[in-house]
Design a protein around this ligand. Structure first.
Ligand code: ASP
Length: 360
């Protein structure tokens, strides 16, 4: 990690009233290459922040910008990159008021989810942002997203969040909904934590109502980072899904199945036996819905009973991204299959609601 810009303080004097802005890449700071395609540019974002009055506005907290090289298109990110971001936050944790992570939008929902789990005992804000259009375009959404994310670190919401298009959202609930719209992210299962209109609306009931259900979150005052497991996968059911495809996941610790509707799949013996085999081989199999809203209920239809009798567990209203990252986090703790299955059903970081999911 290299500090690449210190504004407005002189270098080398981080203080607890200062925000660390950690730049990992993404469209926001990209420029067009010779072929006219957007590609990461090491200087453009900092150059723009330095030369645009908006980023020096007196209402912003002090901040330091630093990067994690190489800057990446988030489509190229992997679990090692997530750990690098988490470790950077850990190394700066005692020095800064909060953290902004500048990130590509394509896999931002995954990064937001994994950070919410592996940053254990987090008591400071971590706000992730990016943009649909780079700062080099005159109508870029990156200006307001970045300024908004820096401001959001002062709102006393001490969890991993995403700031995008004037909304502050719980990180492990977000999904990228649009490759085109400026309002690209949303959280289907929960209201935003805050909305910036002509003034700020804090949804206090959302922020505080979730806090008591995170018993495992704050166990000490020290932030620690756990290492997520890489042997986790996601697969989608579709009409005609060939059960033998499940054999590819033997040896994996976890699999997220994006099932139909409320968690349904084919009621065939072949599907059942491949699933059972996978489960017997130690894989934790979580069922989420491939729809954007609604809950998995493995008891509602006969078509879900194959999944249930094979040992699959419900992902409730969790996003695929959150389910994948939660599995990766839990398997990374060294728990056995049964322990992972048991812990998976508990709310660890506000990633689903117990009230909404009762009975499922
Ligand atoms: N491909 C880019 C990325 O995820 C898209 C973006 O940032 O909007 O890094």
């Amino acid at each position: 990690m290299q500090p690449i810009e210190m504004y407005p303080q002189p270098p080398g004097t981080p203080q607890l009233d200062t925000v660390a802005v950690i730049y990992t890449g993404g469209t926001i700071g990209m420029c067009k290459n010779q072929d006219g395609q957007y590609a990461p540019d090491p200087d453009y974002l900092v150059h723009t922040m330095r030369n645009t009055p908006l980023f020096k506005h007196h209402d912003l907290p002090k901040y330091h910008v630093m990067s994690i090289p190489p800057l990446l298109d988030s489509a190229s990110m992997n679990i090692d990159d997530w750990v690098r971001i988490a470790r950077t936050i850990e190394s700066l944790y005692d020095l800064y008021l909060g953290f902004v992570v500048i990130h590509g939008t394509d896999t931002l929902a995954y990064t937001a989810s994994i950070l919410s789990f592996i940053l254990v005992n987090l008591r400071k804000p971590v706000v992730i942002t990016g943009s649909q259009l780079p700062l080099c375009e005159c109508y870029s959404d990156g200006y307001f997203n970045l300024v908004g994310a820096i401001r959001a670190t002062t709102w006393n919401i001490n969890e991993v969040c995403v700031y995008f298009n004037n909304k502050l959202m719980r990180g492990n609930r977000v999904q990228k909904y649009s490759a085109w719209a400026i309002d690209a992210f949303d959280t289907a299962s929960i209201e935003p934590l805050a909305i910036q209109g002509t003034d700020l609306k804090l949804n206090k009931h959302v922020i505080s109502s979730m806090t008591p259900v995170w018993p495992t979150q704050v166990t000490s005052t020290k932030l620690t980072v756990t290492t997520p497991c890489k042997d986790i996968a996601i697969t989608t059911l579709y009409p005609g899904f060939q059960p033998k495809l499940l054999r590819a996941f033997i040896g994996f610790r976890g699999l997220v199945i994006q099932a139909f509707g409320t968690g349904n799949g084919p009621s065939t013996l072949e599907f059942l036996s491949e699933l059972q085999n996978l489960h017997l081989n130690g894989c934790v199999i979580v069922v989420v819905t491939q729809t954007h809203t609604g809950l998995v209920n493995l008891g509602q239809y006969e078509a879900a009973s194959t999944l249930r009798s094979a040992g699959c567990i419900s992902g409730y209203c969790m996003t695929s991204e959150a389910a994948f990252c939660k599995l990766s986090y839990l398997c990374g703790l060294g728990l056995n299959q049964e322990q992972v299955e048991q812990s998976f059903g508990q709310v660890l970081r506000g990633e689903f609601d117990t009230v909404e999911c009762e009975g499922y």
